[in-house]
Ligand binder design. Structure first.
Ligand code: BG6
Ligand code: MG
Length: 213
C-alpha cells in the first residue's frame, strides 16, 4: 500500500542541471580551466560542497576551506540569478498532473532534496502548496546515499518507510531510498538507475497501477 510519495527536486520535478552547469562552468573558467557537460553529470544529486570538490579535482586545483566556501557562495549567487527567472513552464512534463492524481487518491506528497535552494525553486514553480512536507539541504546533515532526507520526510508525514515511494533521477538518490527501506521509482535511464524497483523516462503516462510493486 502507498500512503506517500517523496520526490527529489532537481532532475525529477525540474531540470536545474543546466543552470548548475552554467554557474559551475563560469567558476571553472575563472579558475583557468574548462568544465564540460559530461563533467556536470558527475554533480547530479551531490551536495554543493562536494560538487565544488569534484570541480576542483577536474581542474587540478587545491584550495583552503575558507576560499572554497567563498567560491561555493559565489557560484550559488550566479546560479540564483537563473533560478529567480524560472517560471511554472519549466516544471517537467507530466509532473503536475501526477501530483493531482496523487492528491485525488489521498496520497501525501513530500520533497526530499539535497538543495539548499529548494524553497526558492518551488516558489518560482508555484508548487509549494502541493507538498505536505518539505525536507531539503537545510534540514539534513548526511548526503544521499544516506537515507536521512527521505526518512525525515516519511517521519514528518507520519508514515513508515514501507508506506512510501521515492522518485529519484540520481544513482545516489535511488540508493538512499533503498537504504531507507523505501521503494523507488527511477526517473531516467535503466543503465544508471537499475537498482530502482521501476525505471521510467518521465511522468507522462505514469499510472498508479504501475506503482503496484
Ligand atoms: C541536488 C542537485 O539536488 O542539489 C545537485 O542534484 C546540487 O546538483 C545539490 O549540487 C545542492 O544544490 P544547492 O541548490 O544547495 O546548491
Ligand atoms: Mg536529482
Amino acid at each position: 500500500k502507498i500512503s506517500a510519495c517523496i520526490f527529489d527536486l532537481d532532475g525529477v520535478v525540474v531540470d536545474t542541471a543546466k543552470y548548475h552547469y552554467i554557474a559551475w562552468r563560469s567558476l571553472a573558467n575563472e579558475l583557468g580551466f574548462d568544465f564540460t557537460k559530461e563533467d556536470n553529470e558527475r554533480l547530479k544529486g551531490v551536495s554543493r560542497m562536494t560538487s565544488l570538490d569534484i570541480l576542483l579535482e577536474i581542474g587540478n586545483v587545491e584550495l583552503d576551506e575558507k576560499t572554497k566556501l567563498q567560491l561555493a557562495e559565489k557560484k550559488n549567487k550566479n546560479y540564483l540569478e537563473y533560478i529567480l527567472k524560472m517560471t511554472p513552464d519549466e516544471i517537467l512534463p507530466g509532473v503536475k498532473d501526477f501530483f493531482k492524481v496523487l492528491k485525488s487518491e489521498g496520497i501525501k506528497i513530500a520533497l526530499g532534496s539535497a538543495s539548499k535552494n529548494a524553497m526558492t525553486i518551488l516558489k518560482q514553480l508555484q508548487l509549494t502548496d502541493y507538498f505536505d512536507a518539505i525536507v531539503d539541504g537545510t534540514h539534513v546533515s548526511k548526503a544521499k546515499p544516506d537515507p536521512e532526507v527521505f526518512l525525515k520526510g516519511a517521519e514528518l508525514l507520519g508514515f513508515s518507510p514501507a508506506e512510501c515511494i521515492v522518485f529519484e533521477d540520481a544513482e545516489a538518490g535511488v540508493e538512499a531510498a533503498l537504504n531507507g527501506k523505501m521503494r523507488c521509482v527511477g526517473i531516467g535511464s535503466p543503465e544508471v538507475l537499475g537498482k530502482a524497483n521501476l525505471v521510467v523516462p518521465g511522468f507522462v503516462g505514469l499510472t498508479m497501477a504501475q506503482l503496484d510493486f
